[in-house]
Design a protein around this ligand. Sequence first.
Ligand SMILES: *[C@@H]1O[C@H](CO)[C@@H](O)[C@H](O)[C@H]1NC(C)=O
Ligand SMILES: *[C@@H]1O[C@H](CO)[C@@H](O)[C@H](O)[C@H]1NC(C)=O
Ligand SMILES: *[C@@H]1O[C@H](CO)[C@@H](O)[C@H](O)[C@H]1NC(C)=O
Ligand SMILES: *[C@@H]1O[C@H](CO)[C@@H](O)[C@H](O)[C@H]1NC(C)=O
Ligand SMILES: [Cu+2]
Length: 134
Amino acid sequence: MKLSACLSTVVMASAAFAETHYYNWTAAWSNLNVDGVKERPVITCNGEFPWPQIRLTKGDRVVIDLHNDLGDENTSLHFHGLFQHNQSRQDGVPMLTQCEIPPGYSYTYNFTVDDQVGSFWYHSHSKGQYMDVS
Ligand SMILES: *[C@@H]1O[C@H](CO)[C@@H](O)[C@H](O)[C@H]1NC(C)=O
Ligand SMILES: *[C@@H]1O[C@H](CO)[C@@H](O)[C@H](O)[C@H]1NC(C)=O
Ligand SMILES: *[C@@H]1O[C@H](CO)[C@@H](O)[C@H](O)[C@H]1NC(C)=O
Ligand SMILES: *[C@@H]1O[C@H](CO)[C@@H](O)[C@H](O)[C@H]1NC(C)=O
Ligand SMILES: [Cu+2]
């Protein structure tokens, strides 16, 4: 159930106008052979794996409608390394800043990246999904 894949949120410096980036993501299981060795259940984003890269400029807003279509597991998304100052409910750590998203439900992550640049990693913080949603 573990697969290492590194996908990221890349934040670049400076922008004349802040933009909002909308994503409409459905998390669901698919049987895929992503490492060329063995087919196994993988958590996909809109049917695809790996999950998309988010590219933004400092000051931009990210809005992600995350639908849990896994059927048998809760889920969540944590944006690793982003400070989430004054918006901690967007941090995506289940049972700390949010309840997990149950199967069949959705949650909207909505945050700005105000004063950070670089490459960051997002992943699920639910069960063993850490490496499956990355
Ligand atoms: C988001 O995706 C779901 C599943 O494909 C779709 O039913 C829904 O209409 C989409 N929402 C928006 C706002 O595009
Ligand atoms: C989802 O999380 C809730 C709260 O922790 C828990 O009660 C429930 O059993 C979980 N559901 C699944 C399908 O794991
Ligand atoms: C967070 O909110 C406090 C109180 O409104 C404000 O003083 C502070 O500048 C804010 N911090 C950030 C990083 O926006
Ligand atoms: C995201 O948050 C901003 C600031 O609170 C708000 O104006 C906007 O309506 C929110 N967008 C969504 C889709 O919830
Ligand atoms: Cu993390």
